[in-house]
Design a protein around this ligand. Structure first.
Ligand code: FAD
Length: 151
C-alpha cells in the first residue's frame, strides 16, 4: 500500500489549493472526493440544458497571490470583472436582486438597511484584510506568544 504525507478529503477549491501547494513542496498528497467531479461548490454545473452556473458564482475573494503562485490563468482560471448579481426568484412578484451594495425587489426601508449593512461589513473586511494570508496561531496549548499573536 502506498504511503502519503497528507490526505485531503474533498476537492472543493480549498482542498485543491492545499493539495497543490503541498505537492509543489514535495509532499505526496492523496485527495479524495465523494462525487464524480472536482471543484466542490465552485465547479460550474449545467442545471438545465444549455444553462451553466456554479453555486459560488462570485469568486471575488479568491486570492490573487494563490492564482499567481499556482499559475491558474494558464489553466483557464478567469474571474468575472464586473460584480455579478445574485437573484432570488419570487413566484409572487419581483425577484430580489443583490448587486454590490444595492438591492431591488424589496421595500425602500430594506434597501437602505441593506446598503448600510454592507457598508458596515466592508469596514470589517478592511480591518481583516491584512490577516487574509496569515497562518492562524494555535491557541489550544495556552502558549503566551501564540495568544499574543492571536490577539
Ligand atoms: C448557496 C451558496 C452560495 C454561495 N455563493 C458564493 C459566492 O457567490 N461566492 C463565494 O466566494 N462563495 C460562495 N459560497 C461559499 C462557497 O461555496 C464556499 O466558501 C466554498 O465552496 C468552500 O470551498 P471548500 O473547498 O472549502 O468546500 P466545498 O466547495 O464545499 O467542497 C467540498 C468538497 O468536499 C467533498 N466532500 C465533502 N465530504 C466528503 C467526504 N466525506 N468524502 C469525500 N468528499 C467529500 C464535497 O463533495 C465537495 O466536492 C456560497 C455557498 C453557498 C452554500
Amino acid at each position: 500500500m502506498q504511503n502519503y504525507d497528507t490526505i485531503i478529503i474533498g476537492t472543493g477549491h480549498n482542498g485543491l489549493v492545499c493539495a497543490t501547494y503541498l505537492a509543489k513542496n514535495g509532499q505526496c498528497v492523496l485527495i479524495l472526493e465523494a462525487l464524480d467531479s472536482v471543484g466542490g461548490l465552485a465547479a460550474t454545473k449545467e442545471f438545465h440544458p444549455g444553462f451553466k452556473a456554479s453555486v459560488a458564482h462570485i469568486v471575488s475573494h479568491f486570492s490573487q497571490k494563490v492564482a499567481d503562485d499556482l499559475n491558474l490563468a494558464s489553466h483557464g482560471f478567469n474571474v468575472a470583472s464586473a460584480p455579478l448579481s445574485t437573484v432570488g426568484l419570487n413566484p409572487n412578484g419581483d425577484p430580489v436582486v443583490l448587486t454590490g451594495n444595492e438591492v431591488t425587489g424589496v421595500s425602500k426601508e430594506d434597501q437602505t438597511s441593506y446598503s448600510e449593512y454592507r457598508q458596515f461589513m466592508q469596514r470589517f473586511t478592511q480591518l481583516l484584510e491584512p490577516f487574509w494570508l496569515k497562518t492562524i496561531p494555535r491557541i489550544g496549548n495556552n502558549s503566551i506568544p501564540a495568544l499574543m499573536t492571536f490577539a
